[in-house]
Design a protein around this ligand. Sequence first.
Ligand code: C2E
Ligand code: MG
Ligand code: MG
Length: 709
Amino acid sequence: MTPPPPKKNALGLGFLNGSSSVQIWRSRLSWRIAGAVFMTILLVQIAILTLTIKQEEMKLLSEIREVGRSAIAPVLDNPSGILESPMSQIKANRLVSSTIVNGLTIYSPDLLLLGSYGEPLTITLTSQESLSKTYRSVDGGSYEVVYRPNDLRRPFIIVARLNSETVSGHIIDYVRQTILIVLLLSAFVTTVLMITLGYWLLEPLLFMRSNLKIAQQNPENPKIPENPYEEDDEIGGTIEMAQKLIRTNAENMQQVRSAAEDKIHKLAYYDQLTGLPNRTLFIQKLTENAFTSSEDTNTRQFAVITLDLDHFKDINDSMGHNVGDAILRGVGKRLKSALPKEAVVARAGEDEFAVTMELSDETGPARDIGDKVADIIRSEPFKVYNESFQVRSSVGVATYPKDGTDPSDVLKNADIALNRAKEEGRDRIREYSEDFDKAVQIRFQLLRDLRDALENEDLTVYYQPQFNLHNGDLIGAEALIRWWKKDNSKDGGSFVSPADFIPIAEQSGLIVPIGAWVLKEACRTAQTWHEAGKNIRIAVNVSGEQFYQSDLVSYTEEVLKKTGVEPKLLEMEITESVFMDDITIALDTLTRLHQLGVELAIDDFGTGYSSLSYLRQFSIDRLKIDQSFIRNALNNADDAAIAKTIIRLGHSLNLKVIAEGVETKDHEKFLSDEGCDEVQGFRYAKPMPDHEFWEFVQNYNGDLSSFDG
Ligand code: C2E
Ligand code: MG
Ligand code: MG
């Protein structure tokens, strides 16, 4: 609310109330103006005084002249002769001693000196012109005047010296009085001026200043009072303009802010690419739904579906982000148009979407909505730049409030179900179950235990031999990590499969220190074999995380130096997924590793993205056919064809080809017939501790057929 303008008193002098009356006496401006006026009045009065002081003196002197005349005229006698003085010496003495007349000279009309009495005079009459003379002594005590026959009504001319001491006193009094009046007048005028200045100038100025201050403190929402001053004077007009300016500024700022807020809201709550709500807004909407349904929780239920596009990354990487973006937009659009209006569709992550809608008899259970969502995506390919892309999705389903009363928990559970669907091979739907949660808990526990194992040195490295298939030479060993997890069983513990803990280590980043440890350990072992007289190439698995999170090249160089292993005795096995993350970094790192002299192999070849283009770009030495193809080669024509193709492809690129998972003589024969170069598998040996491996090396006679039977 706008505060009311300052109230005015009966005189209309609002500033006399409260602080503004104090302000006026503190106002420098008022004091300056009043001071200037005060000085002006003073100067004018002084000027007037100097002009009037002469008149006043003249007036006083003429009064004295009159007094002198009245004293002289009565004592004049009628002389008998024309040249005789009309005043006896006795009368003259009395006159001089008892009146203001101190001396006099008497002349005949013809200016003949008739007599002279008392003090001598300065004026002597010599001509008619000298009759108009007056004389004032320097100290102002005497004043000489000429009385003519007309003044005296007698035929004489008298020059009298009169005592004029009183005139100076009178003049001083006059000046004093005048100055006092001037001061009082000036003070009065100043006061009146201050008051009027306060009313017409200071009060409006202070009003404007206070409003400007309010506007400065809160420019966007200034609570300024209405302008109480007439707009038709300069000050009122100025205040009105300032008021308008403050309000316009506030309006502008409000507009700018609300636009910015809108924008921030959009950025914070909406996905820019698809225009769909993001995860945060999705949870908010879910919360709103849950909140409004709280009165009736028994009957209102919501499906929460999360959906992840399968192999979206591959599309993005191979076809470019434009295509990926277009598909994401298409998915959003399709979901929105195919689902009922009330359904909330959000983009919950890079290639993850989330849907929530209320369940009813018509919709069926959440699972049905999950099916529908998967069908919407699968129903027909997405068309981008005239190309068709068949997109499939993994779907996680959860129900509110069955799977959590907190909306973000329900979403989290849908995500857990989604992860399960992905783990189980994608392109499928999984409904949340509490068992999933337990599985997650178990994973967390496993991660904690793995950390401890790394610290407590419960990890070891096993070695599995690799052979030259053409001549039977033992040429290398794959280093495979082993975790002996202690427990209370009668064996005192059990091995945890790398397949179980490596993915967890990768997700948590723990693979980086683990991988570093394995590399060092394997190199150390290879060097002991070398020193004992056997050059056995050691193959170490390097996971994608390790590739991007640590400075693999300089670390490898350091390990080679420290252990003294010849670089060509170290091979690094990477999987195809490494190439997918960032082709530039991958290319650079592989090139630098190769420059160290380290050999490079692609592990599990054929299961990944299998883009042949990178094979030519990267400096690779070896392809390692995934064991699934070898296992099935003999009873599945497709797998056999793949294995054969890989061997041919490898050779066409001048690469060695090694097969892993060789379990039987038939496997070996198949590979040998196809010209595969190297083999590794249970047919020859399982992975074993270093001392066992060394024994194995010692005992091996160089003939692969020794493993028959
Ligand atoms: P991989 O690199 O493909 O290793 C080969 C796996 O196949 C090993 O499993 C090995 O024991 C197994 N194997 C070898 N020959 C045969 C066979 O004839 N038949 C069958 N059924 N299996 C055979 P393992 O040791 O359980 O390792 C599993 C995976 O864990 C490895 O697959 C590798 O991806 C990963 N891994 C193991 N050690 C490390 C490591 O130190 N660092 C990283 N990053 N990953 C590792
Ligand atoms: Mg491997
Ligand atoms: Mg492998």
